[in-house]
Design a protein around this ligand. Structure first.
Ligand code: ATP
Length: 271
């Protein structure tokens, strides 16, 4: 990514405390980093450290206790159609069919698309996600993997400028996961978006991202930011590259160190 690209998402000294019965619990601590236009940034760190909270702030669902997150220079105040959010679960409306779920966002006034174009987009994403034969099915009649593909189709279809993804492929089997990763890269290649992805998979983070932000055990602070030294488009055989393996070992080591720090914290608290 060239440094001339404008900054789209900016974490500016963001801290978050959540109230608990023992007083405030710090979840994010002075987090600052930027995501530039067209970048794909993954956040990786131990379970429960505060990654989803980071995404929730960008999504407009959580307000920082101090500091701010800026979208194109303006503090995030609320959710908006410019941000497509994909969670690990709950991404579909159970009372709508596959077709209606994908169509839903296209009918909302903020991103209203003319009917003829709408139909074309719905068809395109049903086909891409392998859901064409299930257009009239309700989510309860789909497998978990298909429901997740539907959630992804819904988010892609409205062509948001920002994709915020929290473990979007975590519940998929290995083969579907890999297909979904390639499809995401393909969609980004044609639509060009700015992406923030939360994942537990170091492999996935390296394969997809242009940069990886490694965060510490809770409270999440920036441990390090790694530039991924591979260009786009990417292909499956990248997983076999020696540099890929080196980077994977390095990042796994960092994440394991943070898990160890988390375990030490837990022991201290139980003393
Ligand atoms: N709205 C909230 N109110 C109170 N506590 C919260 C709230 N949201 C999250 N937490 C707590 O903040 C901590 C960090 O949660 P968060 O979901 O951000 O972590 P995470 O890194 O995404 O976890 P995982 O990797 O397991 O998904 C957890 O202890 C969680 O219980």
């Amino acid at each position: 990514m060239t440094p001339q690209q404008p900054i789209r998402i900016s974490f500016d000294h963001v801290s978050v405390d959540f109230p608990t019965e023992h007083g405030p619990m710090r979840v994010l601590d002075d987090v600052s980093f930027d995501i530039r236009n067209g970048e794909f940034v993954s956040i990786i760190g131990p379970s429960g450290c505060g990654k989803t909270t980071m995404m929730n702030i960008v999504g407009g669902f959580v307000q920082p206790t101090s500091g701010q997150v800026l979208l194109d220079g303006k503090p995030v105040a609320a959710p908006g159609p410019d941000r497509g959010v994909i969670f690990q679960e709950y991404g579909v409306f159970p009372w709508l069919t596959v077709r209606q779920n994908i169509e839903f966002g296209l009918k909302l006034s903020a991103s209203r698309v003319p009917a003829a174009e709408r139909e074309e987009i719905v068809q395109r994403y049903m086909l891409l996600m392998g859901l064409s034969d299930f257009a009239g099915h309700f989510p309860k009649h789909l497998s978990g993997g298909m429901r997740q593909r539907l959630a992804i189709a819904r988010a892609y279809a409205v062509r948001p400028e920002f994709l915020l993804m929290d473990e979007p492929f975590g519940a998929l089997d290995a083969q579907t996961r890999s297909a979904m990763q390639d499809l995401l890269l393909q969609v980004l290649q044609s639509d060009g978006k700015t992406v923030m992805l939360i994942t537990h998979s170091v492999e996935e983070a390296i394969y997809l991202s242009s940069r990886i932000v490694v965060v510490t055990a809770r409270p999440a602070r920036i441990r390090t930011v790694i530039d991924v030294p591979f260009g786009y488009p990417r292909a499956e055989n990248l997983h076999e590259a020696p540099r890929f393996a080196e980077l994977r070992a390095h990042i796994r080591d960092l994440v394991m160190q943070e898990y160890a720090a988390q375990a030490r914290q837990a022991v201290r608290m139980s003393d």
